[in-house]
Design a protein around this ligand. Structure first.
Ligand SMILES: Cc1cc2nc3c(=O)[nH]c(=O)nc-3n(C[C@H](O)[C@H](O)[C@H](O)COP(=O)(O)O)c2cc1C
Length: 174
């Protein structure tokens, strides 16, 4: 699949088949994420992959996700940004939240590769990040802007609308 088709095909999938996603496929999407560009090539991102039913039950018990059905996803990828990487290198970019930019780029690569592998994904920010950190032992200093749920799609929703090019494209001047 070429990039143009993957971009066209990707859409948020929130319902999944009750079928395991192999570790090989999970590694494939993380490998795509790690190829993303990052400021100073710091690669200051981490992905905690949750497949264990018991962990998902804990998420459910503790109301980690506002949308309960999220816990039914075969894979929950907790996306973590590491702003400490900047302070260690005396780089002042933590002030501009560049770690979130880097993680977002890597995550975009991840979901496009997942699309190519016929996996469905959805970004989910509507969750209790502090509870996730505690349950998974993620250091407090890491920032979790979102998780990505992933699995074999069990729905095929209509593509969501997009603004026309004219509304966002400014040629030469605003
Ligand atoms: C940063 C981010 C956070 C999101 N959080 C949620 C969420 O908490 N719950 C949800 O159902 N969808 C969430 N979404 C998915 C968006 O609703 C979806 O991408 C948007 O409606 C466009 O639809 P599409 O992805 O199918 O093109 C999120 C998307 C992004 C990029």
């Amino acid at each position: 699949m070429d990039v143009e088709l993957a971009i066209k095909k990707r859409k948020s999938i929130r319902r999944f088949e009750n079928e395991e996603v192999s570790d090989i496929l999970v590694e494939e999407v993380i490998k795509a994420a790690k190829q993303a560009p990052s400021s100073h090539n710091l690669q200051n991102w981490h992905f905690v992959v949750v497949k264990d039913k018991k962990t998902k039950e804990k998420f459910m018990e503790q109301n980690v996700f506002v949308q309960k059905e999220i816990c039914d996803a075969p894979v929950i990828i907790v996306c973590c940004a590491d702003k400490e990487a900047y302070s260690k290198h005396s780089i002042r970019e933590h002030e501009t939240n560049m770690q979130l930019v880097n993680l977002s780029l890597a995550s975009a690569f991840l979901v496009l590769r997942a699309t190519e592998l016929e996996l469905g994904t959805c970004f989910v920010a509507w969750c209790n990040k502090e509870k996730i950190k505690k349950l998974l032992g993620i250091p407090r200093s890491k920032v979790i802007p979102f998780v990505i749920v992933m699995g074999h799609p069990a729905e095929n929703p209509e593509p969501r609308s997009r603004k026309s090019l004219g509304k966002i494209l400014h040629k030469e001047k605003w």
